[in-house]
Design a protein around this ligand. Sequence first.
Ligand code: UD1
Length: 356
Amino acid sequence: MKVVSIVGARPQFIKAAPVCRALRQRHDEILVHTGQHYDRAMSGVFFDELGIPAPDVNLGVGSGTHGAQTAEMLVAIEGLLIEIAPDCVLVYGDTNTTLAGGLAAAKLDIPVAHVEAGLRSFDRRMPEEINRVVVDHLSRLLLCPTPTAVENLHREGVTDGVELVGDVMLDTARYHADGPASSEALDAFGVSPRDYFLATVHRAGNSDDPARLAAIVRALTRVGKPVVWPVHPRTAKNLAAFGLESLVREGGDVRMVDPVAYGSTIALLRGAAALLTDSGGMQKEAYFFGVPCITLRDETEWIETVELGWNVLVGADTERIVAAAGDLARPAARPDVYGDGHAAEAIVTALESCFM
Ligand code: UD1
């Protein structure tokens, strides 16, 4: 089987790593990087660290408005797919890269397989929600991480080609973060286990909105412990543009650092008293490692983490964030709702039975 896999943004590298490993044991994979994320700290380090094969093609698309970025990818991917003529195209998650890959393939009548199908926030103001809905409805094989995702698809009338395979991020976490957490990353940031918070903020809804971003920054200065905050490039630009950097110096102990590699992120997460985030993937990673999560959004696609009591949704409300940081009691039980850490093998098996 000849498979074209399309990635472009940081979370997709983490998801693709175990699938590339499993797929290449039996099939030809052509790995395409759109170039959506291009800084070494956002891209190259993940390929090196997670042992992902170098991309066969890098389209070098880079940043732009949603229309321009997606359109440029679409044109480049279409040309490539005509040339390669694969048996199927594999796309991941919910970014503009996912949308461009799915759309280009579907229009050429090349079957699309979507990893992380069926997730919904039910908030159409999120660009990621538009991308998810469109790609799911274009896909021939919908590879769902959770039973909730399967139900979401059924509710939209999508029932053919829906497979529950588990979560590939658990595969990556188990493969690279088995055993005791390393203390090197904590030492590098001068923090001690359980005596700091880890924070990440990059959603457009938070980082492009001066009032929400300011409310989050104010909360980080008031949570009562040091905060290690690897700042996403989009958020860094906006903190400067909105004049919010000075807020950080007004109190508390907020340590803004450049984006960190996968291993260091996981080590920082495992040592933290709690995670404060608007990332989708990190809510689950916190759950995998039994770290309390405080989500800086009003809704989540990973509803199981909330239902099971490990995650609380606090929006961008300073008082609610500070209160949640002071109440970190969590239940003892943490059931395996994200599968068994072998989602990548299940994905390859599903591809074989669908497209061979
Ligand atoms: C994208 C995804 C989001 C995902 C996130 C992970 C979409 C719509 N959003 O958001 O779902 O959770 O990636 O990080 O696809 N930038 C750099 N260097 C880089 C990459 C980006 O400076 O290596 C800057 C760009 O110039 C741009 C901003 O960051 O101003 C946004 O980049 P973009 O890829 O469009 O979206 P993300 O916010 O990263």
